[in-house]
Design a protein around this ligand. Structure first.
Ligand code: NAD
Length: 396
């Protein structure tokens, strides 16, 4: 079939297998060009490994450190001639490249929040790897069923305490409007913490530890976001920010649990980037499209792979020690949060309208990057050619 992008709001419902493979290959080439990193983990579990920050967190240890990787994700294989999801094609491409490089790479597709997937993962680790040295926790999900209660919570992206009015952009149509979002109820706040907070991360580490699947000195890292005043009400002070506070508090608890064997848990605060998760947040895509212009003009722009390569090279491994902030968090959002970057974004923010958007923002770059997430717009890919949508996972 010929696969074209079909954008519906903040999601693209099709994905291109060759384009996704090229997108993964570009990230692998970036890591290889940067060169190997020292004292890298040898067996890595990545939970949420198929797209965005998690995919980059699988590529870096594999291709800068020769690591065996086990990836967990929730993706849709091709069904009835329909294309699979981008994360499925990305994971197929990653496995193929890893296997070609002689590396162990297997994947488990299912609900990471469930006990069943945790058990399957632990069994796979015990059988194939013995234990893991690093666990990357990079889930972004709209809902979670708690395996202990059987209750399903949905996350919401809302302010807390008061309504929030701000500019937002329809990235597909380039239309800037004001949006008012009513504050979350107490239940919505609690539910968002249940989905995106630290409880499931802790369940994973507890289960891996109890099964003896963590190597002595094993590290774990999860990802957070802070961002500027402009998005503060919807992000850091909003429901998702409450969940991130919980995630950050979980890191402290996990470090206490891992410390006896020399291990530690970290939260890395990452840069705002176009991913499937971030494009669903109101206001944030407009901020990202302004930020991209400012950072690209100054030669400071990074994508997921550049961010995660820097995390491993300058904080977690390669002879480097983490350089945490006053709250113990690693800050690879440091370039985004530089005062001159934030001042430049804040200077254009009040005047951005549908008319000025093309000049003051990188909306074109935003759209291109959004489409690349689904394998569209990659150089060297023949999008007019027939392509087979059905692709088995190589390790299956
Ligand atoms: P993403 O949407 O690209 O990736 C989410 C991953 O989670 C995918 O691999 C998906 O398959 C997996 N997943 C979702 N639900 C699952 C489930 N039930 N079981 C198994 N796997 C499941 O998102 P992302 O933007 O890379 O976000 C990853 C983390 O990074 C999140 O914690 C997010 O808050 C954080 N972060 C993102 C940004 C950003 O701007 N994108 C910035 C800072 C921090």
């Amino acid at each position: 079939m010929i696969i074209q992008p079909k954008v519906r709001g903040f999601i693209c419902i099709t994905a291109h297998p060759d384009g996704c493979a090229e997108h993964v290959q570009q990230q692998i080439e970036y890591v290889k060009a940067k060169g190997p990193l020292a004292d890298m983990p040898k067996r890595v579990l990545v939970i949420g490994s198929s797209t965005g920050y998690g995919l980059a967190s699988r590529i870096v240890p594999a291709f800068a450190g020769g690591a065996a990787t086990l990836g967990i994700f929730f993706e849709r294989p091709s069904d009835n001639g329909k294309p699979a999801s981008a994360g499925w094609y990305n994971s197929c491409a990653f496995e193929k490249a890893a296997h070609a490089a002689g590396l162990y790479a297997k994947s488990i597709n299912g609900d990471a929040y469930s006990e069943e997937i945790k058990k399957l993962t632990i069994d796979r680790i015990k059988e194939d790897l013995g234990h893991v040295d690093l666990v990357v926790y990079s889930l972004a999900s709209p809902r979670r069923t708690n395996p202990k209660t059987g209750l399903t919570a949905k996350s919401t992206l809302k302010p807390v305490g008061a309504p929030f009015t701000a500019k937002t952009v329809d990235t597909d149509r380039g239309i800037v409007t004001d949006i008012t979002i009513e504050p979350a109820s107490e239940e919505e706040i609690a539910d968002t913490v249940t989905v995106m907070g630290g409880e499931d991360w802790e369940m994973w580490i507890d289960a891996l530890s109890a099964a003896g699947a963590l190597a002595p000195g094993a590290k774990t890292v999860a990802y957070s976001y802070i961002g500027p005043d402009i998005t503060w009400a919807i992000y850091r002070n909003g429901t998702i920010g409450r969940a991130k506070e919980d995630l950050e508090a979980t890191a402290e608890r996990l470090t206490h649990k891992l410390a006896p064997t020399g291990g530690a848990a970290f939260v890395s605060v990452n840069k705002a980037l176009v991913t499937q998760a971030s494009s669903a947040i109101p206001v944030v895509p407009l901020y990202i499209s302004l930020l991209y212009k400012v950072m690209k003009e100054r030669g400071l722009h990074e994508g997921c792979i550049e961010q995660i390569e820097r995390l491993f090279a300058e904080h977690l491994y390669n002879g480097a020690a983490p350089q945490p902030d006053e709250k113990g968090r690693i800050r690879i959002d440091d370039w985004e949060m530089r005062p001159e970057i934030q001042a430049a974004v804040a200077a254009v923010w009040p005047g951005v309208t549908t008319e000025t958007l093309p000049q003051v923002s990188d909306i074109v770059g935003y759209r291109e990057e959004f489409l690349r997430l689904f394998g569209f717009g990659l150089p060297g890919v023949d999008y007019a050619a027939e392509v087979e949508p059905d692709m088995p996972m190589p390790s299956a």
